[in-house]
Design a protein around this ligand. Structure first.
Ligand code: PGA
Ligand code: MG
Length: 227
């Protein structure tokens, strides 16, 4: 490994992808060739970051469901944390009020989810927040979905878990992200970079903000380490 290149923890939606969740193909060689550890940290369910790592041909080191799921291939460690029962109960109660999760019958957004529940942004937020709060859960608006999440986990606790497994220190990491669900990993990382399309929380908690948005922003964030 190149000693000058920090390990990288990177968000998917809004950072490696555009606003429609399509990956910017230019990020792929960067991740594949990164000379230090790469951690994919996302609000998405585990199959998405695992598939991304597989298709990239990189080791599978993944924080999914906003920290609820952590998988470290190198040590064959899977950690699930967070009150999934409570999240499912929120979904049930939300439907009982006549609302819908908004992802259709098959619901690929929740199908493989193990610790959280997600609701489409076109559904009403307020009743969801009330139901979540009543069960000790929070609702995160990532700009891509509402996540009903257990506040005992976040991408920061996920980064800590990965570091404990791999004997790394969070403060050695470069973190790149775009939203409120990246805030805790930003706080722990040595350098946190928000892409220009980031939400207010991510912009505030970042050490550096790129001029470019989405994939352009990610490429700009890592550019100093690729010269
Ligand atoms: O799943 C979401 O809503 C956001 O996913 P992300 O954390 O990869 O941006
Ligand atoms: Mg994101």
């Amino acid at each position: 490994m190149d000693n000058d290149t920090p390990p990288l923890i990177v968000d998917i939606d809004g950072t490696l992808t555009d606003e429609s969740r399509a990956i910017d193909p230019r990020v792929m060689p960067v991740l594949r060739e990164w000379p230090a550890r790469v951690v994919i940290a996302t609000g998405k369910a585990m199959p998405f970051p695992i598939a991304l790592c597989e298709f990239l041909g990189i080791e599978r080191t993944v924080v999914a469901e906003n920290g609820g799921v952590v998988f470290v291939e190198a040590t064959d460690e899977l950690r699930l944390e967070g009150d999934h029962e409570a999240a499912l109960a929120v979904g049930e109660a939300y439907r009982d009020l006549g609302h819908d999760l908004g992802f259709g019958q098959v619901d690929l957004a929740n199908r493989w989810r193990e610790t959280e529940l997600v609701v489409s942004l076109d559904q009403p937020l307020e009743p969801l927040e009330d139901l979540a709060a009543a069960r000790g859960l929070v609702v995160l608006d990532t700009g891509f979905a509402y996540h009903v999440t257990d506040p005992v986990v976040d991408k920061g606790t996920g980064l800590e878990a990965v570091c404990a497994e791999l004997d790394l220190a969070p403060e050695t990491f470069l973190a790149v992200g775009d939203s409120v669900n990246d805030a805790q990993m930003f706080d722990l990382a040595g350098e946190a970079v928000a892409v220009a399309n980031a939400d207010e929380t991510a912009l505030e908690r970042a050490d550096r903000v790129t001029d470019g948005t989405y994939g352009d922003g990610f490429l700009e964030a890592v550019a100093p380490y690729r010269e």
